[in-house]
Design a protein around this ligand. Structure first.
Ligand code: ATP
Ligand code: MG
Length: 410
């Protein structure tokens, strides 16, 4: 019986993988200009890393993690997101003491047991950035600007929403106000939200349940409860985003699906994706490094969902490219093999048809491969030491006398 991919998991094969490559290249080129360095982190970690960072009462931890016990009895989770591992690595390698500030990026698969639909998979790819060690609002603005730049470079239309969710000194006041308000509406909340109301009422704001969403429309607004420090920080971020000409709107109900955020949070959305509209999201998480056992270090970051971006971008128009070597006869074939080797050593993309089919079938192959040039090498060419050279763009065929000239023409 045929075995297929597990539900919610997809192969990314050509030509779709070309989009993936384009997104990754664009992401890397953009973040390199801001000094981000690559980290390659494990895809599985101790469960505790995620329960302590993402949060016990989040959907991710409560319902979406892939968990298993390894043969040594360790409790393991496939990573549902990248920030927790990045922070763990930052602490584990003592980076705090080595660098004034640190900028890292990662690209890789994440795993969440969610209901699969367009733009929502159980294994999906994120490209993310983290900045450790800067508390200034300028770094929030710079990071958001850079994220916008990545999407602009990919020619994606987006909207940006931002909010501030305060810090440990002001959020408790808001939580109290929120619990007071939500308690009066408790019967309209889903069971999950009823359960987490007292411990983590902010989760209600992120609930996807229709009724909960209705209730959330009338809750107190978090930015009215910010302390002076958080308020100033947020105002400065807003001012700097304007200076950097980033368009955004304020969404005072946005809290994000992970517990570690403080102060600034943001989401980039596309209106062309239906329900799965968020394509890139992140925020500041000034307490997380300390909470995971490191020195107190301010930090912020974002992650971009590559599958959702793949749904939005066009495949780049592929120009004809490369040389197809079409050979006839044994001598021609041997000469063709050698020529292919020489061209490849010159970094020229070269194909040769080992099946040595008819003239017509070889040209058909060259066209299907979208090659730019065909070099024909048959007995006549070998004996008289020349190449027949055809450009598939113009259809023009000509005689070329030497290898040097051939290389120059390509
Ligand atoms: P959503 O609200 O859509 O579930 P989220 O708040 O869970 O998103 P984050 O954890 O912030 O998302 O992840 C950042 C980005 O990763 C999302 O904006 C999205 O583009 C992408 N992403 C998250 N979950 C999935 C998934 N299951 N499949 C594909 N992409 C995803
Ligand atoms: Mg989610």
């Amino acid at each position: 019986m045929e075995i297929k991919t597990v539900r919610g998991v997809e192969d990314i094969i050509p030509p779709k993988s070309e989009k993936f490559e384009k997104i990754v290249e664009t992401f890397k080129n953009t973040v390199h200009l801001c000094g981000f360095k690559k980290v390659i982190l494990p895809t599985f970690e101790n469960i505790a890393l995620f329960t302590r960072s993402v949060g016990e009462t989040t959907d991710i931890v409560q319902k979406e993690m892939y968990l298993f016990e390894d043969r040594g009895g360790r409790k393991i989770a496939l990573r549902p997101e990248g920030t927790a591992s990045a922070v763990r690595a930052y602490i584990q390698h003592g980076i705090y003491a080595k660098e004034p500030f640190t900028k890292w990026f990662y690209i890789g698969p994440m795993f969440r047991y969610e209901r699969p639909q367009a733009g929502r998979n159980r294994q999906f790819y994120q490209a993310g950035c983290e900045i450790f060690g800067i508390s200034s609002p300028g770094s929030d603005a710079e990071l958001i600007k850079m994220a916008a730049k990545i999407l602009e470079n990919l020619e994606i239309d987006f909207t940006l929403e931002i909010n501030s969710i305060g810090c440990n000194s002001c959020r408790p006041n808001y939580k109290t106000a929120l619990i007071n308000h939500l308690s009066s509406e408790k019967e309209n909340l889903c069971q999950d939200c009823k359960n987490r109301l007292d411990g983590n009422p902010l989760r209600v704001l992120d609930c996807k349940n229709k009724n909960c969403k209705k209730v959330v429309k009338n809750v107190p607004i978090i930015t009215d409860y910010l302390c002076d420090k958080c308020k100033n920080h947020f105002e400065k971020v807003i001012e700097l985003l304007k200076t950097l000409e980033v368009k955004f709107s304020l969404n005072p109900f946005m809290v994000r699906g992970l517990d570690y955020y403080t102060k600034t949070v943001f989401e980039f959305k596309s209106k062309n994706l239906g329900a799965q509209s968020t394509i890139l999201a992140g925020g500041r998480y000034d307490n997380l490094i300390k909470e995971l056992g490191g020195q107190e270090t301010p930090a912020l970051g974002f992650a971009m969902g590559i599958e959702r971006i793949m749904l939005l971008i066009e495949k780049s128009e592929k120009n004809r490219n490369g040389v197809f070597i079409s050979t006839f006869g044994e001598k021609g074939y041997l000469e063709g093999l050698k020529t292919a080797e020489i061209l490849r050593n010159r970094n020229i993309y070269t194909e040769i048809d080992h099946r040595q089919g008819s003239f017509k079938s070889q040209f058909k192959t060259a066209n299907r491969l979208n090659m730019k040039h065909v070099v024909i090498i048959g007995d006549e060419e070998v004996e008289n030491r020349f190449y027949s050279f055809k450009c598939l763009e113009t259809g023009k065929q000509e005689r070329i006398e030497s290898l040097a000239e051939l290389i120059a023409r390509i």
